[in-house]
Design a protein around this ligand. Structure first.
Ligand code: HMG
Ligand code: MG
Length: 300
C-alpha cells in the first residue's frame, strides 16, 4: 500500500511566483488583499514578494510596501537575488529570505546575470552571516530536473548543489522543476535521494504544471517522504526567464487531493477559493483550475 503522511505543509508562492510573470500591473492594494485572504484560509508559510531589479521584473517593484503593509502571520518569505536585494529586504524588516540558484549555468546567467559558480561563491559568506543573525534561509534550486536552454540536468549536479547549501546551514531547500518537465519517476528518484542524504534540512518540492504532471509529481514525492510543497493559488506563475514555463501546480487542487486522501494541511478549501476569486479579475490569464472552476459554478 502507499506510504502517506498525516500532515503536509503548503508553502504558498502565488503572490511572488504567481504574479512576477503577470502581464497586467496588479496594484499593491490587490496584492495585499490576496495575501491576507490566503492567510485567512490558513496558509502559514508564503512567498509574498521579491526584492529583484524592477527593471528586470516590474511586477515586484512594490516589494518594500508589501513587506511593510502585510500582516505578520506565519512565515513570510521574500526572494532576494543578490546582496542589494538582501539589504533592501532587511531594511524593511524581512526575517525569512529565499535565495535562488540554477543548477543550469545558462539558466542562472539568464535569470540573475551570474554563473552558478559565481552565485555560490558570493552567497556562501552572505548566508553564513545571515544565519548568525538568526535569519531564516530558504535556498531555491532552479532547473533541478530540466533546463529550457541545456535540456536534461544531471541528477548528481542537483544533489551536489543541495548538499553545498545544506553544509552552510540553510534552513530549507526548495527543489524546483522550473519548466514543468519532470515526471513522477524522476520526482520519486530525486526526492528519495535528497530525503535520505539531507534529513536535517526542510525539504520542499516546487513543481510547475506546464505538462499537467504537478499532482502526479507531488504524489510521487509524498512516496519519497516529502511533506512540504510550494504551490500557487489559481495555478498562477512562471519565471520570466524560463521560456515555456507556466504556473505552479494550483494550491486548491493540491489541497483537495491531499484532503481527499485524509492528509491534513490546516487550509480551508472554500476560503482558499475565495482568495483565488480576489486575484482572478486582475490577472490576464484565465484561471481554470479544477477546484476553482467548481467553486465558481457553485457561487454563480
Ligand atoms: P544586473 O543588471 O546584473 O545588476 O541584474 P547589477 O548588479 O549590474 O546592477 C545594475 C542596476 O540594478 C544597478 O542600478 C543596481 O543598483 C540595480 P543602477 O546603478 O543602474 O541604477 N540592482 C538592483 N535594484 C533593485 N534590487 C536589486 C538590485 N540588484 C541590482 N536586488 C539582478 C542582476 C539579479 C538584479 C537581476 O538579474 C534580477 O533582478 N534578476 C531577477 C530575476 C527574477 O526575479 N527571476 C524570477 C525569480 S526566480 C524563479 O522564479 C524561480 C523559482 O520560482 C524556482 C523555480 O521555479 O525554478 C524561485
Ligand atoms: Mg518557480
Amino acid at each position: 500500500m502507499f506510504s502517506l503522511p498525516n500532515n503536509v505543509t503548503i508553502i504558498e508562492v502565488g503572490p511572488r511566483d504567481g504574479l512576477q510573470n503577470e502581464k497586467n500591473q496588479v496594484s499593491t492594494e490587490t496584492k495585499l488583499e490576496f495575501i491576507h485572504s490566503l492567510q485567512d484560509a490558513g496558509i502559514q508559510e508564503m512567498e509574498i514578494t521579491s526584492f529583484v531589479s524592477p527593471k528586470w521584473v516590474p511586477q515586484m517593484a512594490d516589494s518594500s510596501q508589501i513587506v511593510q503593509l502585510s500582516s505578520k502571520k506565519g512565515r513570510q518569505i521574500v526572494l532576494t537575488p543578490n546582496e542589494k536585494g538582501i539589504e533592501r529586504a532587511l531594511e524593511v524588516g524581512a526575517d525569512s529570505l529565499a535565495v535562488f540558484v540554477g543548477v543550469s549555468n545558462t539558466f542562472n546567467l539568464k535569470n540573475i546575470n551570474k554563473s552558478t559558480e559565481q552565485s555560490m561563491q558570493d552567497l556562501k559568506p552572505v548566508i553564513t552571516k545571515l544565519k548568525e543573525q538568526g535569519i531564516f534561509i530558504r535556498a531555491c534550486i532552479s532547473t533541478a530536473f530540466y533546463c529550457p536552454y541545456e535540456g536534461k540536468i544531471n541528477e548528481a549536479d542537483t544533489i551536489a548543489l543541495c548538499k553545498e547549501f545544506a553544509s552552510w546551514g540553510v534552513d530549507e531547500l526548495s527543489v524546483a522543476d522550473t519548466i514543468g518537465m519532470a515526471n513522477p519517476v524522476e520526482s520519486y528518484q530525486l526526492f528519495s535521494k535528497l530525503a535520505e542524504l539531507l534529513p536535517n534540512v526542510l525539504m520542499t518540492a516546487h513543481f510547475h504544471d506546464t505538462r499537467k504532471m504537478g499532482l502526479a509529481n507531488i504524489f510521487a514525492a509524498l512516496q519519497a517522504g516529502i511533506t512540504r510543497f510550494d504551490t500557487s493559488a489559481g495555478g498562477l506563475g512562471g519565471c520570466p526567464f524560463a521560456p515555456g514555463a507556466t504556473g505552479n501546480v494550483a494550491t486548491e487542487d493540491v489541497v483537495n487531493m491531499l484532503h481527499t486522501m485524509n492528509i491534513e494541511t490546516g487550509i480551508d478549501l472554500n476560503q482558499l477559493c475565495k482568495a483565488v476569486s480576489i486575484i482572478d479579475p486582475h490577472v490576464s490569464r484565465p484561471i481554470d483550475t479544477g477546484m476553482y472552476r467548481l467553486f465558481a459554478i457553485n457561487h454563480s
